[in-house]
Design a protein around this ligand. Structure first.
Ligand code: ADP
Ligand code: MG
Length: 242
């Protein structure tokens, strides 16, 4: 029989409940012999600590995102079915390195859907890094700066090790050989390690996307995320304003 180690009074202020419901939130479990063994949530806590400060986090606008609220509640239920299934199995999906890929015109709800997935992963205690791709590339460039606080390798390692990497608006960046190389390096490394990626892109034609971000990267993303889910419909930004 395993019992949670009682919560000490000097509890880490960042500690949260055990996402697995096994320990008291301190990352340790007591065996019958009185030995403290690490709870499986410890690795997740360490991962979350590593990912802290990466990307934008879930931006304020998307923090309350849910299937019951606009704009997601207004989307075609047929489109939502696989997203719901993915979110319901978020722990296993992240564990097995599966992802999702939302493709469609501007304002159709892609970023909201991807945020919903990222939020579910965070709630499951997983480490998540949310990045508009243009910002990700800017952060990588910044590490080349001699005054920069972090090294390229450290950022690269963290990008490859978070449980879920959310790449928003892929293909919106200016296409250069350097950009193609960066995207491939990250996506390929994650593909090799079977780590999840959630992607949104406005480019609805796969050939055009291959041209924009490189065929090898697209091919890896297809393996991780499966076929892109087309998110079609009116620009919700325009219709909600009008
Ligand atoms: N919390 C929210 N409540 C209501 N509408 C929202 C909310 N968040 C986003 N929206 C609206 O949903 C629409 C789609 O947003 P978004 O998911 O960013 O689309 P896309 O990524 O496809 O461009 C926009 O009109 C946006 O303003
Ligand atoms: Mg978007």
């Amino acid at each position: 029989m395993l019992r949670p180690v009682p919560d000490p009074s000097d509890r880490d202020p960042d500690a949260t409940d055990c996402p697995l419901g096994r320990c008291e939130g301190n990352g340790w479990i007591l065996t019958d012999a009185g030995e403290a063994i690490p709870c499986d949530c410890r690795e997740r806590r360490i991962g979350r600590a590593i990912s802290r400060g990466m990307g934008t986090g879930i931006p304020k606008k998307f923090r309350g995102v849910s299937f019951d609220r606009k704009p997601i509640a207004d989307l075609d239920p047929f489109v939502l079915r696989p997203v719901r299934a993915f979110v319901e199995g978020i722990d296993r999906n992240v564990e097995e390195g599966h992802g999702l890929w939302f493709m469609g015109d501007v304002g159709t709800g892609k970023t909201s859907l991807a945020m919903l997935v990222s939020q579910a992963a965070e709630k499951a205690g997983r480490s998540v890094a949310v990045y508009p791709v243009t910002r990700l590339l800017a952060e990588i460039k910044d590490t080349y700066d001699s005054d920069s606080t972090g090294s390229y390798m450290s950022l690269f390692r963290r990008l490859c090790s978070v449980d879920l990497l959310h790449l928003d608006d892929l293909g919106a960046e200016k296409r250069t050989e350097w950009v193609l190389e960066q995207l491939y390096a990250i996506v390929n490394e994650r593909w090799q390690d079977e780590r999840s990626i959630v992607v949104t892109t406005n480019i609805v034609d796969l050939d055009e996307l291959r041209e924009q971000i490189g065929a090898r990267t697209v091919s890896r993303l297809l393996e991780i995320c499966g076929d892109p889910l087309p998110i079609m419909g009116p620009d919700l930004r325009v219709s909600s304003a009008g």
